[in-house]
Design a protein around this ligand. Structure first.
Ligand code: FAD
Length: 556
């Protein structure tokens, strides 16, 4: 699926459903509707999963902190979806042992009760009693499709042998399990590719923006070729995340559905911190009443996150104050470990697409989802805005939205997505012995066990498609990757820009391994494969270096 200037020629003039926005909510709905045989056109003004969906804490979690606000329905749904993703996307979603340190026995009982009844209260001390009650409830809510053990509490002395560098202020720690997703951006893309395979009449186009023509019609413009086409749809889905009101505005609808809080993360190269974590996440309430986290991520440590109201999602970046805050807050749980600014290999920032609320503490705005209905003036076309939600719950949210769309179209649901494997999760071995066997078989094609193992970890069972190229040439600048691998991705995975390849289709940037030499070599492969001329290639290199700069990456 390479991109060329003629890609708009394959777009029909009418679709039952037009989805605007290819974050996880748009991708999930596209996948569900494709499984029901509904032809959809999905467009995104940037790359797929490049907004909030590329900026989460990468937890696939039941949302333990939503117990505090009494959002039991959300916790139950999140925990079930977490368990389903562990089964349906085992190549990218893995269990994560989590440590929740507590600093007193009885703290937090009064503020917890207040918060439960939606009264204002700062919860900066979640004591052992309240934590034990919470974790018991959490086990209970997570029992459907469960594959991970229940929680346990460890007292300070036992904890000292499990995690010696953890603060001695903690009288006890709750140990429980969540899920984490490594390649979130790829999983979104795989949903689209699965959808297209199920229903080849559906189309998904990145770098295409939308505008209204003033009399109810919709114009799509290809940002890569500047060509435009007119389309109509029976139903428009606004999956624009934090940009939902801006998308509505383009369609001639005045709305004020969205508020938005930016959240930033640091990717830190600090060996001592990495070792101190021992493969676990520390999820902790900090002294300012916020909840923060740190866990090992692709050889580095992920530290997050902030929660700051913003007006314009296009201007959200991780600023110096957030870098300082996140590096210092770590000292609350690992007092002897310092994060130096030069150890921050990358930052990322996204805007949580939250419903508009007035006077609510940013961290307390509900993470639940809803669907709001508007109409395009002049055309009477319904526009359904997908508001809020979490990465974890995208499937359930998509199912609710798809059911509404099916009802409006007078069509029946043909299949549930509940147990549908996703992309490279299809047939992915569920234990180490199976992984070794799979890699062994694949190595007969790739000619190297190391290459086969790398491909399997990066792409799940899609590795068999990539490995079939059977070409041993490695990149000079980063030999862990093959030239054939990058070329295959450019040809088959909707790569429009160099940043797609380096930041979202591969884990090169996320793992902190991007350098000027990698950028140049990847640009050469992309240019050869996608037919870019010298000027386009240079523009892509410049744009990539600019992106690196905005993410605090020092590229040499
Ligand atoms: C800091 C942070 C931490 C988070 N942590 C977690 C977590 O650990 N676990 C979890 O489950 N969830 C987490 N979330 C929540 C989760 O990431 C989001 O709820 C989810 O990604 C929202 O997806 P979306 O599709 O609605 O929005 P987005 O991913 O933002 O997608 C919206 C898309 O619309 C496109 N768009 C905008 N305007 C237009 C236009 N005019 N035309 C065409 N396209 C347009 C954008 O380019 C974008 O791709 C976190 C979010 C943030 C920001």
């Amino acid at each position: 699926m390479t991109m060329d200037a003629s890609r708009l020629d394959t777009v029909r003039s009418h679709y039952p459903v037009l989805i605007i926005g290819g974050g996880i909510n748009g991708c999930g709905l596209f996948r569900d509707l494709a499984a029901q045989g509904i032809d959809c056109l999905l467009i995104d003004k940037n790359d797929f999963c490049s907004g909030a969906s590329a900026a989460p804490s990468r937890l696939i979690h039941g949302g333990i902190k939503y117990l505090e606000t009494g959002e039991f329905r959300l916790v139950r749904q999140s925990a079930m979806e977490r368990n389903l993703l562990l089964k349906n996307a085992p190549h990218y979603v893995k269990p994560l042992e989590t440590v929740l340190p507590v600093y007193s026995w009885f703290g937090g009982i009064v503020p917890s009760i207040k918060r439960f009844f939606r009264l204002k209260a700062t919860l900066n001390d979640r004591g052992a009693i309240i934590t034990e009650i919470g974790l018991r409830l959490y086990d209970l809510f997570g029992r459907h499709f469960r594959t991970m053990p229940n929680h346990r509490m460890l007292l300070r002395r036992s904890m000292a042998s499990v995690m010696p560098e953890l603060t001695k202020r903690a009288v006890a720690s709750g140990i429980y399990y969540e899920g984490r997703i490594t390649h979130a951006e790829r999983l979104g893309l795989e949903l689209l590719l699965d959808g297209i395979q199920d229903n080849p009449e559906s189309r998904a186009l990145n770098y295409v923006s939308v505008s209204g023509n003033g009399s109810g019609g919709i114009t799509l413009t290809d940002g890569l070729s500047s060509r435009s086409v007119a389309v109509t749809a029976d139903i428009v889905i606004n999956a624009g995340g934090a940009w939902i009101d801006a998308v509505n505005d383009k369609l001639g609808i005045v709305s004020q559905h969205m508020g938005g809080n930016k959240g930033s993360h640091l990717i830190v190269r600090n060996q001592r911190l990495h070792e101190a974590l021992g493969g676990r996440m520390v999820y902790f309430g900090s002294a300012d009443g916020r909840v923060n986290l740190l866990y090992p991520f692709m050889g580095n440590v992920l530290v997050g996150s902030t929660d700051i109201p913003v007006q314009d999602p296009d201007l959200a970046v991780c600023d110096d104050a957030e870098r300082q805050y996140l590096s210092h807050v770590t000292r609350e749980v690992f007092p002897d470990i310092e994060i130096r600014q030069d150890e921050i290999v990358m930052t990322y920032c996204g805007v949580r697409p939250l419903p508009r609320t007035e006077g609510v503490d940013p961290g307390a705005v509900s993470r639940d989802h809803s669907i709001v209905r508007d109409v395009i003036p002049g055309a009477n076309t319904p526009v359904l805005s997908l508001i809020g939600g979490k990465w974890t719950t995208y499937r359930g949210f998509s199912e609710e939205a798809a059911d509404l769309v099916l009802r409006l179209l007078g069509r029946a649901r043909l299949r549930s997505t509940q147990e549908l494997p996703i992309g490279g999760g299809r047939g992915f071995p569920m234990n180490d012995a199976g992984i070794t066997r799979f890699a062994d078989d694949l190595s007969k094609v790739t000619g190297s066990l190391q290459t086969a193992t790398d491909l399997l970890h990066r792409y799940g069972t899609r590795a068999t498609l990539i490995g079939a190229e059977n070409n041993q040439t490695r990149l000079v600048s980063i030999p862990a990757y093959g030239r054939f691998e990058l070329a295959w991705i450019c040809r088959n995975e909707c790569v429009g820009r160099l940043t797609d390849l380096l930041f979202r289709r591969t884990d090169i940037a996320l793992s902190g391994r991007l350098s000027a030499a990698v950028v140049a070599e990847a640009a050469e492969i992309a240019a050869d494969t996608l037919g870019w001329d010298a000027e386009r290639r240079q523009n892509e290199i410049d744009a990539t270096l600019q992106t690196c700069h905005s993410r605090g990456m020092t590229i040499s």
